[in-house]
Ligand binder design. Structure first.
Ligand code: UDP
Ligand code: UDP
Length: 426
């Protein structure tokens, strides 16, 4: 069969991910979804990654999905302190940007020829010029909600600033894929497609929630296995948020007071918690004692999706990173939202509106100087864990999400239609 007739039945699409687990995870899930839809996938991964969690997740993924071709995008070392930033992801975006001339030699020889490239939103301004020169359609995967994408796309038209270059350049892409679905973001998706927002906007494709893929199941969860159904509160603020010592102590105090079981992923970049002695130093002896038996505190990377899928989990205290929200939706786990920065208040608002969780706005941003007291945390945790109505609503959010990506669902249809258009590109 010739290259071109093969493409008519099975398009070849390349994916280019960026830096940080929050960006990599949706790409991995998209790669798996496309493969399940009989698309040939080449996955280009910047090397090295920011974290060990990313490189481990990638090697695990490629050893499971052997039909996906991996291409390393070797980044040039960057010896420029001005590019440095407190958040290693931003530094990495810059490193990728400065190595971007190495992308063309990766893309050009791919065979059969590509129907499209799908690029992370953080690389839009870097990559669209390259794919334009190759006459290769370039789609952007937007890793937050449709509502946040409106802000991202519109902002540059009212304020001229360099940090929104990606938003500006995204308007020149062939299309924008968003990890969301019709029934939770109808209004925002309508604004993106009815011509009101900007004169020229590419088509937007709501293809979520991208389902977690099986390879992500990896760790034994013996402690959770022993807990009663829906009895455990899971606490995590994602991969990029450190909690202050003072707030951690109050949170620990709150968990101690509430009497609920819990699984807490502690992340404190300033004091890198390596062993239990340091944990005691942060939380205090008394608290560690009080929490014994009822709670598990982990300090290293823990596969969150697997935790949320566990029958023992009954609630999720979360920073509302968009992937975390999607995972809670997927498993129907009620959320207590505590946004920490960036897009997370917008996500927390959505969580509340769709009936998946609660958001105590007076808690503000984590880390902005306000320390929320243990007493108040305990009160809200009890409210979350004892809320039967919320539990039922969360279960129906889960069903609706699964319908969206199931056969005939809105996201399923959007993705299959998009794949059909790729077949006609040659
Ligand atoms: N994650 C995980 N274990 C952790 C922390 C995070 O598996 O200990 C995963 C989580 O399931 C999600 C991603 O990393 O898929 C984090 O993305 P999110 O958008 O929620 O937050 P960010 O880390 O970008 O703030
Ligand atoms: N961004 C950037 N430079 C900055 C801050 C943000 O280019 O200094 C862009 C970048 O494209 C990033 C997006 O803003 O992907 C969203 O930023 P946010 O902090 O919400 O990040 P995320 O958790 O999605 O990485």
């Amino acid at each position: 069969m010739s290259d071109s007739s093969d493409l008519k039945s099975r398009p070849h699409v390349a994916l280019l991910s960026s830096a940080g687990m929050g960006h990599l995870t949706p790409f991995i899930r998209l790669a798996a979804s496309l493969t399940a839809h009989n698309v040939q996938v080449t996955f280009i991964t910047p090397h090295p990654t920011v974290t060990l969690a990313e490189s481990e997740s990638l090697s695990h993924f490629f050893s499971t999905f052997t039909q996906i071709t991996r291409k390393h995008f070797h980044l040039l070392p960057l010896d420029d302190p001005s590019a440095n930033s407190e958040d290693p992801s931003y530094y990495h975006f810059e490193v990728i940007r400065r190595s971007s001339h190495l992308l063309r030699p990766i893309l050009s020889p791919l065979s059969p020829p590509l129907s499209a490239l799908i690029t992370d939103m953080s690389l839009a301004s870097t990559v669209i010029g390259i794919t334009d020169a190759l006459r290769l359609p370039n789609y952007i995967l937007f890793t937050s909600s449709a509502k946040v994408s409106i802000l991202f796309l519109y902002f540059h038209s009212i304020v001229s600033t360099k940090t929104t270059e990606n938003g500006k350049k995204m308007t020149e892409s062939s299309g924008i894929l968003i990890n969301t679905y019709e029934s939770i973001e109808q209004e925002s998706l309508a604004v993106l497609s009815n011509g009101q927002l900007l004169e020229k906007l590419p088509p937007v494709f709501a293809i979520g929630p991208l389902p977690p893929c099986n390879f992500e199941k990896s760790q034994p969860l013996a402690w959770l296995d022993d807990q009663p159904a829906k009895s455990v509160l899971y606490i995590s603020f994602g991969g990029r948020t450190a909690t202050s010592r003072e707030q951690m102590r109050e949170l620990g105090d709150g968990l101690g007071r509430s009497g609920n079981r819990f699984l807490w992923v502690v992340k404190d970049k300033k004091v890198y918690v390596e062993d239990d002695s340091e944990l005691v130093e942060v939380l205090g002896h008394g608290l560690m004692e009080r929490m014994k038996g009822r709670g598990l505190v982990v300090k290293n990377w823990f596969n969150q999706e697997e935790v949320l899928s566990h029958q023992a989990i009954g609630g999720f205290l979360s920073h509302c990173g968009w992937n975390s929200v999607n995972e809670a939706i997927w498993h129907g786990v009620p959320m207590l939202s505590w946004p920490q920065h960036g897009d997370q208040k917008i996500n927390a608002d959505l969580v509340e509106r769709i009936g998946l969780g609660m958001w105590v706005e007076s808690w503000g941003w984590g880390g902005d100087g306000v320390v929320v007291k243990g007493e108040e945390i305990a009160e809200r945790v009890e409210e979350l864990m004892g809320n039967e109505l919320l539990r039922l609503r969360a279960a129906s959010v889960r069903e609706e999400a699964r319908r969206a990506v199931g056969d005939g669902g809105s996201s399923h249809k959007t993705l299959t239609d998009l794949i059909e258009t790729w077949k006609t590109f040659l």
